[in-house]
Every structure is written in structure tokens, then in C-alpha cells.
Design a protein around this ligand. Structure first.
Ligand code: GLU
Length: 472
């Protein structure tokens, strides 16, 4: 029977999640969901990190906001925990001991300075800068003497020369690495902390992860991780390395290059559905261009449709999905989303009609507040171009408009029909000055929807203001 698909997201909580790393989470989530598999969350907090509790909490809040719920991991538990690496030290020690006992790992006393010189010499001679294996040769008594003298030691994994590591990458196809290029590598630092890729590989195996989808910056870790797992007789997951997300300048998008965090996007009013729809298409092709829920995104997600070329972040595309998400949100959702000031302005009975009227013209909560002020506020700001359109139409136009509203009230079709009939104006020349006087702008939601919400009193006053009737 084929193994159940289990994917994972394994962030290091060193900062807030940004779009690049949350995309990795989304891809893993969608793959698992599509196959009814398991999506696991593991926190890689092995380093002596500062403030990682804060980021551990924040990243979980971000994932929940996006709906990327994990069925195994912190907060939800599971049979293969703990899911915080900081709580797994004893496990790593066991595997260090096993490797040492089997002669597959050895202490290395070379100083940073020595290693640097060796690296530079190798590079200058055109050789790969791999470790010479010097400390592998040390006699047991020599090792004991160095330990006794308190010389700091790392632990190195022994890689036999002349071998090959081959694997089939789910995105990049067949991969071949020569072991002679790898050399013996450090799995435990001199301060006793395990190297990132050591814990990462062991945990994937122990947590029964079957597919690792991660950024291609980890591609060169993979042969090392495969060698480690093979040496320990642990199962290997399948790997798929995805191209990184780059900014407009072609440089990788990351928290360091100042890309926006998920938290910032949420605070700016992006909807989770917009972010998911955008990211699922960033470096992955969908045939369907509709706004999709997570289920539908999962149903059509495929590792085969992931691109090999870097994915370029495009704010306009993100805005497109935001527009779609706002258009399709429920009115209750929109009501929670608008600013408190907008909510306070909307009368309960007009709320749904107002949100329906403006949803096609707003991207973010402050846009909604602006329209709420236009429709329900007492004062109206008039934009410069709108003012010009009002002036151009002249006072007689507004005399007629005022009579029209007195006759037809909130019925914009009848009102504009009457103004058209009596002024002989049509098209832009008819609609722009009306819209400008009523809303203060030349563009916006349909007037036929706004006018009844505005109420006759307010609308009438706005038209009178520009007519002869206002006295100037
Ligand atoms: N903690 C690693 C990172 O955040 C995980 C890499 C991986 O997915 O294997 O980059």
C-alpha cells in the first residue's frame, strides 16, 4: 500500500513570515490536502535564538489566518512530537552518539582560522574548498589529550570519497552529486548545537514526512541529508526544490530585503483568499483563473506544474486577486473588514446595499471609509477635476438637476433622464457633473446604487450648492 502523503512546513522562527516562505507553506499544505494527506508544522528553533517564542506564535497566527491548518504540530499535537526542535535535543544526541559509535562521525579540532586558510588555499589551487579530513586521522589518545586540554571540537560526518548521491527532484528532475565534492561536514558545532540540516533531516525521517517541498536554496543540503539518513538507516523522503521568489530587481524576496510580512499584509487589509490565490499562482500554473477556495486550489495543484525559473513578485497581480476577493466576500466578512469609522457611518439598514454598491470600487478598508463618508457623511470633499466638471456644467445645469431630484428623488435613471431631456446633454457631459456634485469625484460606484443610499435630502443639498438657487 502506498504511504500516506505527509508534507511539512519547517520554519526557523527568526522573524515574521514573509510572502516567500508562506508560499512554501501553502504549496505543502495544498499538496497534502489534495491527497487527503497530512500537513505537519515543525518549529526549527535549535539555534540559540533570541525572541523566537514571539515569532513562533506569530507564524502560527499567520498560518491560521490563511487557513493553512496543520493536523500535526505545535498546539495540535501528534504521536511523533515534540514539534519544537528546542525540545528534541536528547533525540539528536542519540543520533550523534550512534554515528560516533559506528565510526561515521569524529571530533574535529581545527580552528576557524585554520579552516579559512585551508579553504582559501584550495580555492587558489582550483580545488573544491572541502575539508581535508585531517582530524579523521587522529589517534584515540590524541583526541583524548585535546579534549583534556579543553580544545573546542565540532563533530564531523565522514563522507567516503568516490561515491555518488542521486535523487529525483520533484521539480528539477534527476540530481547527481559526487561525494568527493562534499567532503566531511560539520553536524554539531563546537558550542554543542546541532547543524540545521542534521536535525532537519532526522526530524523529517522520525516524523514520517514523505515529501519535502522547500526553496532551492536548500538543494545542496539534500545530498548531505540523504547520506546522513542512509548512515542511520532512516527512511528518505522525496524532495522537490522550488524556485525562489524574487523582487522586481531579480534579487530573492526575503525578510532581509524588506519584503512585506504576512502580518503587514493582513494589517493593510489584504484578504486571506487574495493572498492564497496570488501565491498559489506564483511559480505555479493554474488553468482556472477564477478566485478559488483552498479546496479548489488544492484540487488543481500539482508539483509538475511548478516552474523552474524564479517567480517574480508582482504587486499588480496581488492587487488583482485582492479585487477579486473583495468582490466575492460575503457582506458579513466585508463588514468586519472595513475600518471602525466606516462601520460607524453605515446605518444598519443600508449596510448590505452600501457594501454591494462599493465592493467593486474598493481594495482596502480605507477606500470603503472614503465611500462611506461620501454616501453617509455630512461634508463632501470635492476633487480638483470634479470641481472643474461642475464649473464647466454651469449653474443652469444644476437648477435643472435640482428640479429633477425634487421630482424623482433617489431614482437616478429618472433624474438623469430628465436632466438629459431638459439640457440636451448626454454621456460624459451629462453624467460627470452630476457624479462630481453628488460624490466629489469623477469615478466611482454606480450612481443608481449610491443615490438611494445617500438619501434625497443630502443629494438635494449637494446639487443646490451649485445652482442659482444657492445664491451664487
Ligand atoms: N528551517 C529551515 C528554513 O526555514 C527549513 C528548511 C526546509 O524546509 O527543509 O529554511
Amino acid at each position: 500500500m502506498p504511504r500516506l502523503l505527509k508534507t511539512r512546513f519547517a520554519p526557523s522562527p527568526t522573524g515574521l513570515l514573509h510572502l516567500g516562505n508562506v508560499r512554501t507553506a501553502l504549496f505543502n499544505y495544498l499538496l497534502a490536502r489534495r491527497e487527503n494527506g497530512v500537513f505537519l508544522l515543525r518549529i526549527e528553533d535549535t539555534d540559540a535564538m533570541r525572541g523566537h517564542e514571539k515569532y513562533t506564535e506569530a507564524l502560527q497566527a499567520d498560518l491560521r489566518w490563511l487557513g493553512l491548518v496543520w493536523s500535526e504540530g505545535p498546539a495540535v499535537g501528534g504521536a511523533l512530537g515534540p514539534y519544537l526542535q528546542s525540545e528534541r535535543s536528547a533525540i539528536y544526541q542519540r543520533y550523534f552518539a550512534e554515528l560516533e559509535a559506528n565510526g561515521l562521525a569524529y571530533p574535529c579540532f581545527c580552528s576557524e582560522h585554520e579552516l579559512n586558510i585551508a579553504r582559501k588555499t584550495a580555492l587558489a589551487a582550483g580545488r573544491p574548498p572541502r575539508y581535508s579530513g585531517k582530524c579523521r586521522q587522529l589517534a584515540p589518545e590524541e583526541r583524548l589529550a585535546r579534549f583534556a586540554a579543553g580544545t573546542p571540537a565540532t563533530l564531523r560526518f565522514h563522507v567516503e570519497d568516490g561515491g555518488r548521491v542521486e535523487f529525483e527532484d520533484g521539480v528539477r528532475g534527476s540530481q547527481v552529486f559526487e561525494t568527493s565534492e562534499i567532503g566531511d561536514f560539520i553536524i554539531r558545532r563546537s558550542d554543542g548545537t546541532p547543524a540545521f540540516f542534521f536535525c532537519n533531516a532526522i526530524d523529517d525521517a522520525l516524523m514520517e514526512v514523505t515529501l519535502v517541498v522547500r526553496g532551492e536554496d536548500h538543494l545542496t543540503n539534500t545530498p548531505r541529508q540523504i547520506l546522513l539518513l542512509q548512515a542511520l538507516g532512516l527512511p528518505l523522503p522525496a524532495y522537490a526544490h522550488i524556485a525562489l521568489v524574487v523582487g522586481a530587481d531579480g534579487a530573492p524576496l526575503s525578510k532581509r530585503t524588506g519584503s512585506r510580512s504576512v502580518q503587514e499584509l493582513r494589517e493593510a487589509g489584504f484578504l486571506a483568499r487574495a493572498v492564497n490565490n496570488y501565491l498559489a499562482r506564483l511559480g505555479h500554473t493554474y488553468e482556472n483563473n477564477q478566485l478559488l477556495g483552498l479546496d479548489a486550489l488544492a484540487a488543481e495543484f500539482s508539483a509538475r506544474r511548478l516552474h523552474r525559473a524564479p517567480a517574480r513578485f508582482d504587486e499588480q497581480h496581488l492587487h488583482h486577486w485582492q479585487h477579486e476577493a473583495v468582490r466575492h466576500a460575503s457582506t458579513d466578512e466585508l463588514c468586519d473588514w472595513v475600518t471602525p469609522a466606516a462601520r460607524a457611518l453605515m446605518p444598519e439598514r443600508s449596510r448590505d446595499a452600501f457594501l454591494e454598491a462599493v465592493r467593486g470600487n474598493v481594495l482596502f478598508p480605507p477606500d470603503t471609509e472614503r465611500w462611506a463618508k461620501v454616501v453617509f457623511g455630512d461634508t463632501l470633499e470635492i476633487a480638483h477635476d470634479a470641481h472643474q466638471a461642475i464649473e464647466d456644467a454651469g449653474k443652469e445645469f444644476f437648477d435643472i438637476a435640482r428640479r429633477a431630484i425634487e421630482k424623482h428623488g433617489g431614482d437616478f435613471k429618472a433624474l438623469s433622464g430628465m436632466v438629459q431631456h431638459l439640457t440636451g446633454r448626454s454621456g460624459k457631459a451629462l453624467f460627470q457633473p452630476l457624479r462630481a456634485a453628488l460624490t466629489g469625484a469623477l469615478d466611482g460606484p454606480e450612481m443608481a446604487r449610491l443615490l438611494p443610499l445617500m438619501g434625497e435630502e443630502r443629494a438635494r443639498a449637494r446639487l443646490i450648492r451649485w445652482s442659482n438657487g444657492a445664491g451664487g
